[in-house]
Ligand binder design. Structure first.
Ligand SMILES: Cc1ncc(COP(=O)(O)O)c(C=O)c1O
Length: 378
């Protein structure tokens, strides 16, 4: 850690390091080449015009030797910060042991260890009856798999998602996304998707906000799902982030999640929690939904689940394992290094001292929100 440039006062208050002074963010040779050679689709470099030379914890150093406090963490993948020594050691040990990089869905001792660790990391009520499915390494692929699974299990086609939700950029996942920016020029997105109001004071469609707005939202959802004149066919599943990430770091209240679980269970609608961004120790517990003391039917994980290396996984109840062999595959679903680092990261997060308390989380929010505001998804 490069403590020479870290100021104490603010870092004490926020619980995160801060720095002073201006940085040179003008184009240099590397930045200029990137702009010339990479597609216009690039996004973060437009707001963060730096080339990262090395990184350590939350401190990154650019190619000019300038340092920054990182609030991005690889969009939530690097929950333990950059180059955590134990994660690096897990990679080094794997390489030294001769483990293959990729094995499709063939198993290995590394994979077996990861699965046992993940099952131990999941809330026990859920893991006791859970099946694990490895998907292609992106979160979006796991979301696609969750949608397929829900549709084929229930024999229904409709999916309900939420205002402000974000689930990825593939066709199905994007169709579930609230923000219209990236959908503007897309046609032919997945059909039969409907959006319902998430409990969010700032965009409360009922003009209420707060707890009253959240109650109104859940009453409305229950009404819609029971009303034969509502125009929405009975959904296969409802998908949501227990804490919306790209939508602005918006936690759903515990009572709202509990009510949603009650309603979906009563109606036989599958409940999918997308914890790709908010899961794995970021909210004060292993998974954000744990605050409500309920269980989903399908849990979608990616980002930090691989300890910083690419991986995505579904966990779902055995009762809905309706897959036929090979119905959802992905070449890179056997990333052994990610399984080694993922198992190590889960172990480190299980040390409760590492998990931020909700109070610390709230005090860090202004910093995190500032970094989110710069993301073009928001
Ligand atoms: C909640 C959520 N779901 C899905 C995704 C998509 O994951 P990926 O970018 O790995 O496809 C993201 C990515 O930010 C996300 O935050």
């Amino acid at each position: 850690m490069h403590e020479d440039k870290i100021l104490d006062s603010e870092s004490q208050t926020l619980g995160v390091p801060s720095m002073q002074g201006l940085r040179n963010l003008g184009p240099d040779a590397v930045i200029t080449r990137q702009a010339e050679q990479e597609s216009e689709v690039r996004s973060y470099p437009r707001r963060i015009p730096i080339a990262i030379e090395r990184a350590d914890g939350v401190i990154i150093t650019d190619t000019r030797g300038q340092q920054y406090v990182d609030c991005l963490a690889g969009a939530g993948t690097l929950s333990l910060g950059y180059n955590h020594p134990e994660i690096n050691q897990a990679i080094t040990d794997s390489l030294a042991s001769g483990v293959p990089y990729q094995t499709l869905d063939l198993t290995t001792p590394t994979k077996d260890h990861f699965v046992q660790t993940l099952l131990g990391f999941l809330p026990s009520h859920f893991s006791e009856n859970a099946r694990i499915q490895f998907c292609g390494p992106s979160g979006a692929d796991a979301v696609e798999a969750a949608i397929k699974l829900a549709k084929q299990t229930t024999g229904r086609n409709t999916i309900v998602a939420f205002h402000g939700g974000y689930h990825g950029m593939t066709n199905g996942a994007m169709s579930l996304t609230g923000n219209l920016g990236t959908k503007e020029r897309r046609t032919g997105l997945m059909a039969d998707v409907h959006f319902l109001p998430y409990p969010y004071s700032y965009r409360c469609p009922f003009g209420l906000g707060g707890e009253a707005g959240a109650w109104q939202s859940i009453r409305y959802i229950e009404h819609i799902l029971n009303d034969v004149e509502c125009g929405i066919q009975k959904p296969a599943a409802i998908i949501l982030e227990p804490i919306q990430g790209e939508g602005g770091v918006i936690p759903a209240p515990a009572f709202w999640l509990q009510e949603l679980r009650r309603i979906t269970r009563d109606l036989g609608i599958l409940l999918i929690f997308d914890e790709i961004q908010c899961g794995i120790g970021k909210s004060g517990s292993h998974f954000a939904y744990e605050i409500a003391g309920i269980q989903p039917d399908i849990l979608v994980m990616s980002k930090a689940v691989g300890g910083g290396l690419p991986m995505s996984v579904l966990a779902f109840s055995k009762d809905i394992d309706s897959w036929r062999p090979g119905e959802h595959t992905g070449t890179f679903r056997g990333n052994q290094l990610a399984m080694a680092t993922g198992a190590k990261a889960s172990k480190l997060f299980s040390v409760t001292a590492l998990l931020p308390t909700p109070e610390k989380w709230v005090s860090a929010l202004p910093v995190i929100c500032l970094s989110c505001k710069n993301d073009t998804h928001v």
